[in-house]
Design a protein around this ligand. Sequence first.
Ligand code: NAD
Ligand code: UDP
Ligand code: UDP
Length: 312
Amino acid sequence: MRKRVLVTGGAGFIGSHLCERLLSEGNEVICLDNYFSGNKQNIVHLLANPYFELVRHDVTVPYYAEVDEIYNLACPASPIYYQQNPIKTIKTSVMGAINMLGLAKRVKAKILQASTSEVYGDPEIHPQPEHYWGNVNPIGPRACYDEGKRCAETLFVNYHMQNGVKIKIARIFNTYGPRMSLSDGRVISNFTVQALTNQNITIYGDGSQTRSFMYIDDLVDALIMLMNTPDNVTGPINIGNPEEYTIIDLAKKIVALTESKSEIVYKTATVDDPKQRKPDMEVARKILPKWTPKVNIDDGLTKTIEYFKQQL
Ligand code: NAD
Ligand code: UDP
Ligand code: UDP
């Protein structure tokens, strides 16, 4: 049976890969986006498919459609985008969640929230398990994103308990791959563009902070598997690749893979930058026993570098 699936934020980096996969599996896809940080270029190749529908719409405004499943991805994800208009970022997370949950409730659709490892803030527990409540500064520059996503999780859990809405909460860790915006300021896109153009590689702080990077295909596999879990599985569940790197090691890796002449330079650290991040995978192993991140960082970066070369 062909399902009708709504993907909010479908013209973004993750959303475009998800739309592509859902279509290839024989579903009908409605891609909803206001192009704040996404790009039509990401989904233009899908427009010829009669089962693909593109809707220019802002999730903070109610939206009506008859769908079976909703993936709620709409929200800028990179610090420079989400800090550009912090109030709008909060509205997108919170009002977007309310509207999509209202829709899910009305049509009895299953709904998955793209939450984030950022709900753990600057974590004092390492690696981060789902039962850790996090360490977020509610008035810092990252709060519009972190607290918006935390409130969205609260809304999901309460629509589930109060209204019986079928929910799935995925706490996604840093993801990279083709179709990341060249200018979105995230570490892999910045370093790759800098390396390919022989500009200085800009490390914020001393580079000892860590992140765990997951390739896009592994994330898409996990999101679809999570949506297909039984209704009593709600999450939150960490979705990430537990291989952890310091930012300085990442910089060196990208310089080596691109055979770049770029030099590494150190800039002021950003405010409230989490010092370490790595998913505890125990819950994921239990809920998604068939899933494990397959793409190692060298292979993933090589594919990403190829994409950036074409774009430049
Ligand atoms: P992205 O910026 O490429 O995609 C987000 C999309 O949402 C864009 O196409 C944007 O135009 C759209 N959007 C933003 N505000 C909107 C609004 N008000 N109405 C409709 N559309 C709107 O970012 P991404 O990396 O693809 O992230 C997708 C989702 O995954 C986000 O919710 C993000 O918080 C979450 N996430 C991403 C990562 C990551 O590492 N990329 C990690 C954790 C969570
Ligand atoms: N909503 C929507 N699409 C729908 C159903 C609801 O966008 O198909 C919006 C609706 O406008 C409301 C929100 O979702 O603002 C929350 O809906 P809910 O039914 O929970 O709340 P209520 O309508 O009672 O305020
Ligand atoms: N970072 C960096 N140089 C850059 C961009 C980012 O050193 O040009 C650092 C940033 O300070 C953070 C890490 O890389 O410690 C990951 O940053 P990103 O914005 O990609 O993701 P997030 O902080 O949201 O995990």
